[in-house]
Design a protein around this ligand. Structure first.
Ligand SMILES: [Zn+2]
Length: 198
């Protein structure tokens, strides 16, 4: 993923006014790692707290409670089950990032009743099948963040992430290309998945 520019300016010593040098962050203090970073500026709205409820116990402010009361197209809902529904993540880690939410405003996995537990599991499975059919990902990340400390953005309302993964999806250029198209992509993606839902 090297741009070849990290060391621009190196070797310019003694050749007149130095051009602004780009420093390679890998040379900074700390332990280098091999982790690839996703460049996802659309997630800044999420990190900045947009749509985040001020009172986590107030269902009226909860984006997942509000979404289930809206039209599917407006709320980017892909499928509605009996006790849980499937919605596109507004702040996706990747194209096609789906969330499975119970309708009920509960925060913890152990709060789910048996029907919700089964339906969240079944909808997660069907979501994988639908995403495979539509988008042919190479793999998935599935999971739940329990509590803000564990990374839950809307900790008060349980949601299961289903994130499709493609070879090279963490690379720099595809992420930029994709990010520019995100608002249209979300509506298109919702329609594709909703049509493919069995
Ligand atoms: Zn809620």
């Amino acid at each position: 993923m090297s741009t070849g520019q990290e060391h621009a300016g190196a070797g310019a010593e003694g050749t007149g006014p130095a051009a602004p040098a780009l420093e390679d962050a890998r040379d900074f203090a700390g332990i280098p790692d091999d982790t690839e970073r996703l460049w996802t500026p659309h997630r800044m709205a999420y990190i900045g707290g947009e749509n985040k409820p001020k009172d986590p116990h107030d269902g009226q402010q909860c984006p997942f409670c509000v979404a289930s009361g809206k039209q599917d197209e407006e709320a980017l809902i892909v499928h509605r089950g009996e006790s849980a529904y499937v919605i596109l993540n507004l702040y996706p880690y990747n194209a096609g990032h789906l969330l499975i939410c119970p309708y009920r405003h509960v925060s913890d996995y152990t709060d789910l009743d048996r029907e919700e537990l089964l339906e969240v599991a079944e909808l997660s499975r069907t979501a994988m099948q639908v995403i495979r059919e539509v988008s042919r990902p190479a793999g998935f990340n599935l999971g739940m963040n329990q509590g803000e400390i564990a990374g839950a953005g809307i900790a008060a309302h349980l949601h299961q992430h289903v994130v499709p993964r493609w070879q090279g999806d963490a690379n720099f250029l595809p992420i930029i290309g994709r990010t520019k198209a995100v608002p249209i992509l979300l509506a298109d993606t919702r329609a594709l998945y909703a049509d493919a839902w069995p």
